[in-house]
Design a protein around this ligand. Structure first.
Ligand code: AHG
Ligand code: MN
Ligand code: MN
Length: 349
């Protein structure tokens, strides 16, 4: 019989990779795992409990909050408060960072950025949703943690992960030494190692983008979509299109099967829709650790300067060769190269 390894056991085992670690990060990951189980419980019975629908409030980004957005946010913040390893939380659902000022958290080293419930538009219709988290080491040295502790470049992340509440519930995370996935076994209430050392294929045949906005896309994105749709047996085109509308679910599928997920700048979202701090940076860290690539079309997501908590960005993320190809097409329309194109340079085959 195959031995089961729980998330808790795995975290403790991995702590040995960091000989001077005192277990704080391990405990922080454990706290996030506990909150994920509580959120999972509510998601599973969402149609029965009074937890579907709108909360009647708006977040700072002008998005209507769902009851589950608010519930998940409360659960993660409360788990981080009780755990004592986190001094500040930044969440999609809160205008500003939240300082944790309890006695047990006063020397805490870590800050956490979180999208408590990703894919809100899918909550009420029983489609996969998720949670995304990112962990940084506090860099301020005096007084309370402050905004600069969370406005660090993505390259400074200590750990990142996501939870997918799907046909089964999984927690996938990295501490910068590869990516591991754990499936929740409801019969014992534990996340168990099911996907050790996850790797995203270098190539794929799935492209994920909201094509409804096609006419609002930049020309480079339109070219890439056309490239995906052209017949070419050598490269297995036309590719297949899959778009759930929950970044976690779309990326999880592409991680397993190979593929690209794109949320570009659009006419309606000129800075992009997805948020750098608690959506794009953690996902970029995970995908890179799995051997993939994440870019804003021109530059590596993890190296982008972070100036605002709710900053948005375009994102092209997934299988390395697919992201490279999309970047190539974006470059054809970059301000520097447009001149060259007019002079007759052929960018696309
Ligand atoms: P959130 O529910 O956390 O606000 O994120 C929703 C995001 C993301 O999960 C998804 O990929 C994207 O919004 C979908 O946007 P469109 O409906 O514009 O395609
Ligand atoms: Mn989200
Ligand atoms: Mn969200």
């Amino acid at each position: 019989m195959k031995a089961v390894k729980t998330l808790g056991q795995f975290i403790i085992e991995k702590q040995a990779d960091f000989p001077y670690a005192k277990g704080e990060l391990s405990r922080l990951l454990r706290d996030i795992g506990i909150a994920a189980k509580i959120v999972n419980r509510e998601v599973n019975k969402a149609g029965l409990a009074d937890i579907l629908g709108d909360a009647g409030t708006m977040n700072i980004q002008g998005e209507g909050q769902k009851k589950l957005d608010v519930y998940a946010n409360e659960q993660f913040i409360s788990a981080l408060k009780c755990g004592g390893e986190c001094c500040m939380v930044a969440s999609e659902e809160n205008d500003d960072c939240i300082n944790i000022e309890s006695d047990i958290s006063k020397d805490a080293k870590y800050v956490v950025a979180i999208d408590p419930l990703d894919g809100s538009s899918n909550i009420d219709v029983n489609v996969g949703i998720g949670t995304i988290f990112s962990i940084y080491r506090r860099i301020s040295t005096e007084g309370k943690a402050d905004l600069k502790d969370v406005l660090q470049r993505g390259t400074e992340q200590v750990a990142a992960g996501y939870v997918i509440y799907g046909s089964s519930t999984m927690l996938v995370y990295t501490t910068g030494k590869g990516v591991n996935g754990f499936t929740l076994d409801p019969s014992i209430g534990e996340f168990c190692l099911s996907h050790p050392d996850l790797r995203i294929p270098d190539d794929g045949v799935i492209y994920s983008i909201n094509e409804g906005y096609y006419s609002h896309f930049p020309d480079g994105v339109k070219k890439y979509i056309k490239y995906c749709q052209v017949e070419d047996t050598k490269t297995q085109r036309p590719y297949t299109s899959r778009y759930i509308g929950s970044m976690v679910a779309d990326l999880h599928r592409n991680m397993i099967k190979g593929g690209i997920f794109i949320y570009p700048l659009t006419a309606a979202a000129p800075n992009g829709k997805l948020r750098l701090v608690y959506e794009c940076n953690p996902m970029a860290f995970i995908i890179e650790q799995a051997g993939g690539k994440a870019s804003n079309g021109y530059n590596r997501i993890l190296e982008l300067e972070v100036t605002e908590l709710h900053q948005r960005t375009a994102i092209f993320i997934g299988s390395k060769n697919m992201v490279n190809k999309a970047e190539e097409m974006m470059a054809c329309f970059s301000p520097q190269l447009i001149k060259k194109n007019f002079e007759g340079e052929v960018c696309l085959q």
